[in-house]
Design a protein around this ligand. Sequence first.
Ligand code: TYD
Length: 204
Amino acid sequence: MEGPDGSGKSTQISELKEYLNDKGYDVLLTREPGGTDIGEQIRKIILDVNNSHLSYMAETLLYAASRAQHVEEKIKPALEAGKVVICDRFIDSSLVYQGYARKLGIELVESINQFALMGIQPDITFFFDIKPEEAMDRKQNQKALDRLEKENISFHHLVYEGYKILLDRYPKRIRRIDASQSIDEVKSQILGEIDRFLKEEGLK
Ligand code: TYD
């Protein structure tokens, strides 16, 4: 699940988990950065507002380190056990935030992450499409902002643009969801895509 901060991902993640559970699937729900004890420690360093001097490259490598731990400790074993894995953010966040918005280059960040991924790629990625201003408005009503959320609006515009680039680059894997709609409408878009995907794969 990918999208700008405040796009309503968390609500939809719980809905999707419930839907898949009802169909009989065992689901692992997880998130990045974090997802493991070590990953959560790395997450604190990355999102700490006191770490404003963290270099962009160090930031990229920390996200990749958290991801490496996550893939090896949780995601791979879950897939091997036949579970469905739903992850709140994954490699595309690094490609967009560090590769595009921080301007390190999508290709460079992709190659750094090859080490972390151990051959794992999402089967399907949902991009929650919502204008940065609207997402920021929603977020600001919720809680204290972390280090990345405190970035100015032009950064969030770059993030949005970055996701659009990835959509063009991976049209089969990444599905656009209109996240400006109501919770029920967003849910039915996602479940529609999931049903189509399961059917294509010969699953129920
Ligand atoms: P978090 O609070 O988990 O995200 P959300 O806003 O989805 O609730 O914060 C994670 C932040 O880290 C978010 O601003 C996106 C950013 N991020 C990256 O820059 N690169 C990455 O690889 C990942 C996974 C997240």
